[in-house]
Design a protein around this ligand. Sequence first.
Ligand SMILES: Nc1ncnc2c1ncn2[C@@H]1O[C@H](COP(=O)(O)OP(=O)(O)OP(=O)(O)O)[C@@H](O)[C@H]1O
Ligand SMILES: [Mg+2]
Length: 233
Amino acid sequence: MVEKVPTGIEGYDKVLKGGFVKSSVNLISGSSGTGKTLFALSFAYYGALKFNEKSVFISLEEPKDRVIVNCGSVGLDLNAVDQNLFKFHDLASERGSFSSESELSPSSKNPIIMDNLLKYIRLYFGDCKRIVVDGVVPLNLVCRDLKEFRSNLFRFSMGLRKSGITCVFTTEVPFNSNDTSRFGIEDFVADSVTKLNATDKGHQLRVHKMRGSDFVRGNVDYSITTQGIKVMF
Ligand SMILES: Nc1ncnc2c1ncn2[C@@H]1O[C@H](COP(=O)(O)OP(=O)(O)OP(=O)(O)O)[C@@H](O)[C@H]1O
Ligand SMILES: [Mg+2]
């Protein structure tokens, strides 16, 4: 029996038949505004709050103050959670101070170069159990091409798996696209893929794969409420 790591989102854990596989890399994809950040953040937040596991949320897309406001509106109070267990690492603000990401050489200390980020995680967060990277699209900016992005993402993911960390990445897809990732790479590297969809009829998620575990197939409704994400299963 594989060991599972519950996300803490009740219905989603039922869909995942208990949660993500321990030490796996899990992709949450969807178009803008579908709830990717809130799903991923819930995994880290509930990890600390409900399961007493050290959890790190690395934000590459939105600065901390904006995430705090956004998740406050769905009842996730980041200031209320034990700060020894929950770490928010704001790389979005750091990115803002770079003059041009594409100009930075791979040998620099640029934290969005994946090898640097992995070293940083091992050094400062090596004892954590859960890591979220929201999202991986900026990590592509410092790669020469998609081949390099793929091999860096692969190495980054292998490094996290070896550390025994259960990881969530988010990635975006264009509105109305049937794709499960932005570059057609993230979904192959990941052990599980959940795609979020928002339409006029409501929100639906679908788990596309989960290596090493059974899961509920097909579309499942979810909603974003003032009490967090509800997955109706
Ligand atoms: N209190 C709330 N009640 C209902 N829906 C909410 C509430 N607060 C936020 N939302 C919805 O949550 C969505 C934003 O969630 P989130 O930021 O996780 O999406 P995202 O997929 O990460 O977006 P982006 O691609 O811009 O990063 C918005 O569509 C917003 O309408
Ligand atoms: Mg987001």
